[in-house]
Every structure is written in C-alpha cells, then in structure tokens.
Design a protein around this ligand. Structure first.
Ligand SMILES: *[C@@H]1O[C@H](CO)[C@@H](O)[C@H](O)[C@H]1NC(C)=O
Length: 281
C-alpha cells in the first residue's frame, strides 16, 4: 500500500516538473565539491574572524591578494556601483555594465555555475544556452526594482551582497566580502554572535554605518570564505525551485536552510527578481 503511494508521489513529482528535496541536496553537494576542487574557498589561514569580537575587529585577517583574484576581484569591483540608501536610483554606466558582464562571464565559466546551469536547464531547457543563462542571471540579480514605491533604488545583488538602508534600518547585507571591506572603513560594526552555524556561517547583530549614521540590523547571516559562484549558484537554484520558501542545501557535509524572497521586476516577470536570499542558520 505505502509502496503505491510512494510510487504515485514520485510520479506526480516527475510529471509536474517539480524538484525534490533530495535533488537539491545532491546538486548543492556537487557544486560545493566542484568549488572546493577548484580551490576557490578561502582557507582557515587566509581568512580569520572572531565571533566574540567587538565592533571593528571581527575580521582578524583576510588575504588581500586572494580577494583580487578569481571571481572575488570582479565581485569587489561591483561594490562601488551602488548607492545603498534606498530612495535613490543606482545608475549603471557603460563601465559599470562592463563590470557586470565581466563578472557574469567569469562566474558562468566556473564548474560550480555550470552545474547550476545544467540543473536548471533540465527544468527549463532554454537556460542551457549560455547566452540565455547569462541573461537570466543578469535579470535575476541586477535588474533594478523599487523598494520605495517608485524609484528604481534596489536589486537582488545590492540587497543580498551589499545591504541597504531602508526604513531607517539596515536590510539584506549577507555578503562577507562587503562586510570585510566595510569593516576597514568603519562602515561595518559587528555587534555580537547569536549563533555559529557550520561551516563558517555566523548569525549576528550589526550596524551598517553610512555617512556617519549607524543603521541597525538585529540579525543577519553570511557564509564566510565561500566564493561568489557558490553563493550565486545556491541562491539561484533555491530561487528557481523553492521561490519564497525554505530550501535545504548541502554545504560541504552539513545541511543548511536558505530562504529566498521574490521581488517584482519587469524584465522577466515570469520569474521575478531576487528580493532576498540568505542562510537561515
Ligand atoms: C524558460 O526560460 C526562459 C529564459 O529565461 C524564459 O523566457 C521562459 O519563459 C522560461 N520558460 C518557462 C516555461 O518558464
């Protein structure tokens, strides 16, 4: 009897084109392993942090040379293209568009992102085409949308990897590279640990300091030492298969939950854009 139900459930999953929890666990495991094999994670010596630290001393050491290499350098290049206070548009001129394009070219050349492309391409075959895939990623992460009812002041990339000031508080802010860079200038204040999930995923409270004003965020999380292609691949897969829901992934052995949220965006309304994406920890 139960066998029949199991069979029926699997069959329904198959014909409805849905993705099982196990398939997501498997592909994220493969992606993690591919990035690890490519040597793209920061090692424990290349990146050190202290969850018991006070403001200004969270990152105790980060290898600056590594931050300029691989996909990290192009990721850093994107960070100065944004005005993170909402209410103001983020214009992207030719050089900014060039940086986005270079970034996506490098990302989509990684084994990690190719695994994501194949996985999602099995669910929508047009994504197998490298041009369509790059365009899809561009729209998902870089297409602007509004958080303030008019001005195109936000995007998935800005919210997740930079963080934003909205409603007088800090929001998003899940990028460890941005946090490290901001700590150098005093713009990131680590305020203490709530939890430390494995591997290297602290959950903590913080201030984001912009133009001399501190904006508080009571809880944020980030996956330290992970390269952009792993974060992008995981968040994109979760957005596609578990939109606005919890998505369970494998992070090098341990299991973690990711939450994504959609936001309206006109470029690909059938998908929407990334409103947010983060490790629940
Ligand atoms: C498949 O992906 C393409 C490219 O993003 C998109 O235009 C199309 O609507 C998608 N098809 C379905 C059925 O979602």
């Amino acid at each position: 009897m139960s066998f029949i139900w199991l069979f029926l459930a699997s069959y329904l999953l198959l014909v409805s084109g849905q993705t099982s929890d196990q398939e997501i666990l498997d592909v994220t495991s493969d992606i993690w392993n591919a990035a690890e094999a490519a040597g793209t994670f920061f090692s424990d010596t290349e990146c050190q942090y202290d969850v018991n630290a006070g403001p200004g001393s969270f990152f105790t050491y980060v290898d600056e040379t590594r931050l300029q290499s691989h996909t990290y350098g192009p990721h850093v290049d994107l960070l100065d293209n944004y005005i993170t206070v909402t209410g103001t548009e983020d214009p992207c001129d030719l050089s900014c568009e060039g940086e986005r394009s270079d970034y996506l070219d490098l990302l989509t050349a990684t084994d990690a992102m190719n695994l994501a492309r194949e996985f999602l391409g099995a669910r929508n075959s047009s994504l197998l085409d490298p041009v369509v895939w790059k365009n899809y990623l561009y729209n998902l992460w870089f297409s602007p949308y509004t958080r303030t009812g008019g001005t195109m002041d936000s995007s998935g990339f800005e919210h997740v990897f930079l963080g934003e000031i909205d409603d007088n508080s800090a929001k998003g802010y899940h990028g460890w590279v941005k946090a490290y860079k901001d700590e150098q200038t005093g713009a990131f204040e680590y305020l203490g640990n709530d939890d430390l999930c494995q591997p290297d995923t602290p959950k903590f409270s913080m201030n984001y300091v912009v133009d001399g004003t501190s904006y508080h965020k009571s809880t944020t999380s980030m996956m330290i030492k992970a390269p952009p292609e792993v974060e992008l691949a995981f968040f994109t897969i979760c957005k596609f298969t578990r939109s606005n829901r919890v998505c369970t992934v494998t992070v090098g052995g341990p299991i973690q939950d990711i939450q994504t949220y959609d936001n309206d965006c006109s470029s690909e309304p059938q998908y929407g854009c990334i409103g947010s994406a983060y490790f629940i920890c």
